[in-house]
Ligand binder design. Sequence first.
Ligand code: PMP
Length: 357
Amino acid sequence: MTRYWSPVVHGLTPYVPGEQPKVARLVKLNTNENPYGPSPKALEAIRAATDATLRLYPDPNSEALKAALAERHGLRPEQVFVGNGSDEVLAHAFLALLNHERPLWFPDITYSFYPVYCGLYGIASHLVPLADDFSLRTEDYLPGPAGQAGAIIFPNPNAPTGRHLPLQEVERIVAGNPEAVVVVDEAYIDFGGKSALPLVDRYPNLLVVQTFSKSRALAGLRVGFAAGHPDLIEALERVKNSFNSYPLDRLALAGAVASLADDAHFQTTRHKVMATREVLVAQLAALGFSSVPSTANFIFVTHPKHRAGDLAKALRERSIIVRHFDKPRISEYLRITIGTDEQCQALVAALSEIMGS
Ligand code: PMP
């Protein structure tokens, strides 16, 4: 009975998340989850919070988490916004900060949720092509003959390429667009990139978004945050308080605060992921793959002789799932999440068998 749908719903093209199959003994390298699991202290805090106080609403302002984030990143709590995963934080940013008369600019190859939010909120967008090597050219984002952006968003490192934009280039984009909000989506920043968080104090048009899903291995808890000038944060709070007063539940708040306090687990696991990434890149190079330089917990690889779609299919037959986007410019690439050493060895063994046969 789609005739009951609103016109907006008729016009939507929703985001398609990577699948979560219920298959035993699967090597799941398709959604950039962290193979090492969250801090045991976060799990303990979640267990401790699982009691009769769940009858009470959580703190609508998530003050303990904002304070912990502010302390960790050298910010003031009024510079911090938290949400139910960074997807929700981004959604609020699109509505609150990125919807202007001039279009929103973002790369042609990027996180595929951005065009979805544009569709949801009716935001005009302008795709800026990445260079042939998938690097983002700073000049393309500065006001010039092509006009200027109403607002700008890009992930750093970019998704699904994993390529990192050096901090001084990020700063050039932010400084060169004083009239536009620039959102830097740092979902994967903790795997070797340099965060723009230290710039937040100096640029009132910069919003940095991060997540607990990747480097803190809490994708299932749904916690993300943004940092920026208090006026930008106020805009996000206005949208949040017009949408859902309690986006972070009691368990999420307890787990996220405890995760931040366990720096040892955070450091060990992110360094393990980075070390495994370098080994995997070298092993795949030996099989003839080339990889886009990655500072993320995934790599983006292509092979001169084997079709990416065929490889993804053959891997799936061996219970190994990677992500293949059948889209212009990237249809010959596979995005592979960095798993444990064992999972990556299983992948390499399967690929050499597939390509040798
Ligand atoms: N930004 C980018 C670039 C991503 O790849 C993802 C993960 N799909 C997110 C944001 C959202 O992550 P989450 O909602 O789990 O914080």
